[in-house]
Design a protein around this ligand. Structure first.
Ligand SMILES: Nc1ccn([C@@H]2O[C@H](COP(=O)(O)O)[C@@H](O)[C@H]2O)c(=O)n1
Length: 592
């Protein structure tokens, strides 16, 4: 773990059930390779994970069984370790590559920017060679400009000890917010292609392995499942997914399941399968048994599951990688303290608006104080920001350089349109928050207004949680994420994930009591340079650039006669959201 990481807190644990074939799974790590330095439950780093995978492999292989390691993308954007270097990501790929990964795929965040997908193509794909799969992503080659697959479409391999014959794929959900140097083919089209048809109709396959940056419960995975079942009605299928940042498990039939393993290095997903046919014992009538576990990413859990301790657990490679992370964090000055937060500020543990909501803090304090374009003098303005642009909570106490990138990693700029009636702005906000879809939207990604909000909200609208569970979540019953820990006086149980999935309520390795979850709107607004007692007649409509396509459609819906992409200009060009927050904290949150 990192020198500054808090020690994990002991808690009651459920064991892992080792099978014939076992998996460790990460997804949506978003640069959190140092682990969580303010949360004991998630305080292990990528070096510890390397030791964990290696020790688990030793334990499993001693029994003649197999272990595969999977990562399903969104490794970038979301933490100072990735976002604060110039250029972004110069330390991350070197740290990542030391983990042995058997199947690795791309997420949407690897494709938002031109240079991110090129770095993927030129560095991460070669680093992981045959393990990187891209079944539905192409890239314009940086040198030849030819459209080529980002990585191989699929891979057939046989496991080392058991001889399990696997055909593996690597998918991305139907994403179209990518920069124009990549092409993401819709999953439903990809599965009609000859290469996919040939791959799923191969004989001598004991398991189809679908890794992807795709929610466990999703139309994309259902389409793949149906296509495979048309030809292979009884071959076991193991899906690994992500994107919604939740722990989730879907049972498609008795031989086909999907696991999603959370976000931000909070969770190491574990799966085991028993009863598979193998090259040594081909038996098509096998009845596999699937077991899943969501491991809290901390050393207490790792020691328990490996049966090792402080001295026997770490591997040399793991220790070296932890050191690499420490060095990178030092070079990036991520421990620099800009101020001290007087209270916790939550994304979804309190409703919005609320005195302890991070969005209320931004809307009422940070933006009115700091978002000002000198060229606009005292013209009143309303700023519209998507809640999904804010990625994490702020904890009471030191506000580090890293904290700024953790809560606001994206390099989105502000833009504005002049002279917009205040009433129209309010109508636009209502459309963005209340309408499920903007009517007549020309592009699928733009149509889904849920993409403006944090990804966890998607699981509520996509049905990963039942309506009842979703309501329970909104009313603060279901758990979602864990803030700074305080033990309940009466017992050893600490707050944390209490996941409910298709297999029940026993998935989490650590037994927790739940924390509350409230749904947030898609966008929130801040009134700038205005007398709050009476609303202005017209305002500058300021917005964070990620919302532009959605805003343009909502504006049409609200009958605002303006072509927003064409008529808008940069607002306060010198500052992005991250710098603005740092600046505000330095001025307002002195440490005592
Ligand atoms: N430049 C960006 C990129 C993304 N967002 C927000 O993040 C969401 C996607 O994140 P996932 O981890 O779910 O893939 C996206 O829908 C936006 O809400 C952003 O604000 N700016």
């Amino acid at each position: 773990a990192q020198p500054a990481a808090p020690a994990p807190i002991s808690a009651p644990l459920r064991d892992l059930e080792i099978g014939q074939l076992n998996f460790l799974h990460t997804t949506d790590t978003h640069g959190w390779l140092a682990g969580h330095l303010q949360e004991p439950s998630f305080s292990a780093d990528w070096g510890d994970y390397i030791s964990f995978a290696s020790r688990m492999r030793e334990k499993i292989e001693e029994q003649g069984r197999d272990l595969l390691v999977i990562d399903t993308g969104d490794r970038v954007e979301g933490n100072g370790l990735y976002d604060s270097s110039k250029p972004k990501g110069i330390y991350l790929s070197e740290i990542l590559r030391h983990q042995h990964i058997d199947v690795i795929t791309s997420g949407n965040h690897e494709l938002y920017q031109h240079n991110t997908s090129e770095a993927e193509f030129l560095t991460t794909v070669p680093n992981f060679r045959a393990s990187y799969l891209a079944s539905n992503i192409d890239i314009y080659h940086p040198v030849t400009s030819e459209l080529v697959p980002l990585a191989p479409r699929y891979r057939k391999f046989t496991t080392k000890n058991q001889g399990i014959r696997i055909v593996a794929f690597g998918f991305l959900f139907n994403f179209n917010g990518n920069y124009n140097n990549t092409v993401v083919q819709p999953v439903e089209e990809t599965i009609k292609q000859a290469w996919f048809q040939e791959a799923i109709q191969m004989t001598d396959v004991d398991l189809f392995l679908i890794a992807g940056h795709v929610p466990a419960h999703s139309s994309e995975y259902r389409a793949i499942y149906r296509e495979i079942r048309k030809f292979r009605w009884s071959t076991p299928i193991q899906f690994f997914g992500g994107h919604e940042h939740i722990r989730d498990y879907a049972q498609y039939d008795s031989k086909a399941v999907a696991l999603a393993s959370g976000r931000f290095m909070e969770t190491i997903g574990f799966m085991s399968i028993d009863g598979l046919s193998t090259s040594k014992q081909p038996d098509t009538s096998s009845n596999p048994v699937f077991k899943r576990r969501y491991i809290d990413n901390n050393l207490f859990s790792f020691y328990h599951h490996t049966g090792l301790d402080h001295d026997s657990f770490p591997t040399e490679k793991g220790r070296n990688v932890s050191r690499l992370i420490t060095d990178a964090r030092r070079a990036l000055r991520l421990d620099t303290v800009h101020g001290c937060s007087p209270r916790n500020l939550w994304m979804s543990r309190v409703p919005y608006p609320h005195a302890d909501s991070i969005y209320s803090w931004l809307a009422k304090e940070v933006l009115p104080d700091s978002l000002k374009d000198e060229n606009r003098g005292s013209v009143p303005a309303v700023a519209i920001l998507n809640t999904g642009g804010i990625r994490f909570d702020v904890f009471k106490g030191p506000f580090f350089q890293d904290t700024a990138f953790i809560i606001s990693p994206f390099s989105n700029k502000f833009r504005y349109v002049k002279n917009v009636p205040y009433e129209k702005v309010q109508l636009i906000i209502e459309v963005l928050n209340k309408q499920k879809k903007v009517l007549g939207a020309p592009r699928e990604d733009v149509a889904s207004l849920d993409s403006l909000a944090p990804p966890e909200k998607l699981s509520h609208s996509s049905g990963a949680l039942s309506e009842q569970e979703s309501m329970a979540a909104v009313y603060g019953v279901a758990s979602h994420q864990v803030p700074l820990i305080s033990r309940r006086d009466d017992d050893s149980i600490i707050p944390g994930y209490t996941t409910k999935d298709d297999a029940g309520t026993d998935g989490d390795d650590t037994i927790h009591f739940p924390v509350s979850y409230y749904e947030v709107p898609n966008v929130f607004q801040a009134l700038l340079s205005a007398d709050e007692s009476s609303p202005p007649e017209t305002v500058d409509l300021v917005y964070i650039e990620f919302v532009e396509p959605y805003l343009a459609l909502a504006a049409k819906f609200a009958r605002l006669d303006a072509d927003i992409p064409k008529e808008s200009e940069e607002y306060m060009p010198s500052m992005g959201m991250t710098e603005l927050i740092i600046d505000w904290v330095q001025k307002h949150w002195k440490c005592e």
